[in-house]
Design a protein around this ligand. Sequence first.
Ligand code: BGC
Length: 331
Amino acid sequence: KDEPRWIQDEARFNDLLGTAGVPVEILFSQGDSAKEKANVESLITKGIKVLILTPQDGAAAAAAAQAARDAGVKVIAYDRLILGTDAVDYYVTFDSVAVGQAQGQYLVDKAEGTGNPLYLYAGAASDNNAFLFFEGAWNVLQPKIADGTFVIKNSSEAVALQDKATLTRDEMANIIGQVTTNWDFNTAKSLAEANLTVATAEDKGDVFIQAPNDGTARSIADVFAADPDVTSYVVTGQDAEKASIQYIIDGKQSMTVLKDVRTLAADAIAAAQAFLGGSTPEQTTTYNNGAFDVPAKPSEVITVDQSNLKAAIIDSGYWPAEDFTGLDALP
Ligand code: BGC
């Protein structure tokens, strides 16, 4: 999809490819698995040696991966795992469980006392990452739900499971089914509106919102900000999208998780070059995709809020200062 996250990946790839010395073609599939399969087939026909794929739907993409494997093409899953097939040679990724943990930990660190209203939101169930993010968040939030710090306000499935420290994939799927944004800004907005419509004034006040990424966080934050019964809110995000960096500067989004796409693109290119040279890329762990343990090397993520935004985003060269207003007022 043409979300800022993926437009950014394209730009970061193009920045690096000038020095990589290999011909490359980048195609988008507009959130459509059939289009994605057709794109992969057209690339195979053109004689590619390596396929780097971010699947729209992890399970549906197995067929495209298998077609590539059958044609002797190396398959690298990029950011999102391809599920249910052994036709995956490598997975370049961030530590997605750590992303969810960073989000959950942020809420925990900001909460005082007990009975704090907690609203949970998740990504698309077709994206394996939605499960990893949720798992990471649950790891840190669940003990604080069990001890009464937080009270879940928008998922009966999560309430029913709130005493379980570790959830099965099916249990997570039940919760995600109630709180999914489908990675879509409008779905996120409608869901938040629906949640606040049924919530009472006591379910509001000073609220805590586990939002899965920046785009959905901005939609959800706008809805909570407009509710007169919401006194304050803490809301998470991820991707360090420019619009969310501005929201953080302006105090409208609390945090984001920086996943440095420069690192991911460089790792993907290095992995492709290793395969082209007949070797295998560096592996530090594996991720099970339902068929086998896929070799991977996840990279680290950084929590960003007003306190470290200048250092993490501007001084690191991630985004230029002139793209934002109000930076001078930050620490
Ligand atoms: C990515 C996130 C992104 C989300 C929606 C996830 O798979 O890891 O960075 O925000 O998809 O596109």
